[in-house]
Design a binder for this molecule. Structure first.
Ligand code: NDP
Length: 251
């Protein structure tokens, strides 16, 4: 057991991660970047099994192991099953990336309770359920890393709507509380707030254009993945929101 006063062992090789929503986009890039660092990865998906299996095949060309697991991360039973199957196949979970998310652009006057409930459940309740489900192994190991994939929408309101912005702002409160409560257990909890990253989520939305971004282009999923792995490697960063937005929002 490590002494709380000494810097922790930040070696990532052979640790076990769950990346939610890892079949596509940012989650896929994070899963592959973790594997390059030697982390064994559970590649969670909701509907896109073929894409998740393809991510696993790519991971298995490295020294890391992988398993594709279907789970709706807004569903408590699915979350329990995801964590149990990951542990059985790869070992106790040390790294959790709460990345799965949906956006739904609806005209403001037609945004209703169903939109609110769907986004809160998939984007925010999921992060709570997943975190609660991995606390025990992380505390036992006195080492854990949790990343919540928030959004610039938490800070500026964004371009989707109140249901999306509130779900992403909720992740910041979740990050602050868990970071404070878990700091003495060797577990860091941080949020990453990206905007606008090339992925299916922003494709075909005419309201989203690269000229909105001071840097003049969209970010890439690999840029988010690099920052995610760097944050995980650093045991002294906790409770932070790390922005990655081409200069669109400065803090
Ligand atoms: P994509 O739409 O490209 O991918 C979404 C991923 O989430 C897919 O793997 C999808 O699985 C999974 N998913 C959706 N619903 C569920 C569910 N109920 N249970 C499990 N998995 C689910 O999104 P991005 O890669 O663009 O976004 C990833 C995260 O980053 C999201 O949380 C998003 O809000 C956030 N973000 C993205 C930004 C961007 O500009 N792209 C900006 C700011 C934040 P499947 O393939 O099986 O459907």
């Amino acid at each position: 057991m490590s002494d709380i006063r000494t810097p922790p062992d930040n070696t990532l090789a052979n640790r076990v991660a769950i990346v939610t929503g890892a079949s596509r986009g940012i989650g896929r890039a994070v899963a592959l970047a973790l594997a390059r660092a030697g982390v064994h990865v559970a590649v969670n998906y909701h509907t896109n099994e073929a894409a998740a299996r393809d991510v696993c095949r790519q991971i298995e060309t490295t020294a890391a192991r992988a398993i594709a697991i279907r789970a709706d991360v807004g569903n408590e039973n699915d979350v329990s099953d995801l964590v149990r199957r990951t542990t059985d196949a790869l070992g106790p979970v040390a790294i959790l990336i709460n990345n799965a998310g949906i956006s739904r652009k609806v005209p403001l006057d037609r945004t209703g309770l169903q939109d609110w409930n769907d986004l809160l459940r998939t984007n925010l309740t999921s992060a709570f359920l997943m975190t609660q489900a991995v606390l025990s192994p992380m505390r036992q190991a006195r080492w854990g890393r949790i990343i919540n994939m928030s959004s610039i929408a938490a800070q500026t309101g964004g371009v989707i709507g109140p249901h999306y912005a509130a779900s992403k702002a909720g992740m910041l409160g979740l990050t602050h509380s868990y970071a404070k409560l878990l700091a003495h257990d060797g577990i860091t909890v941080n949020a990453i707030a990206p905007a606008l990253i090339e992925s299916d989520m922003i494709a075909h939305n005419p309201a989203i254009r690269p000229d909105m971004i001071p840097i003049g282009r969209f970010g890439t999923a690999d840029e988010v993945a690099d920052l995610t792995v760097a944050t995980i490697r650093n045991g002294y960063v906790t409770g932070q929101t790390i922005n990655l937005n081409g200069g669109w929002y400065m803090s």
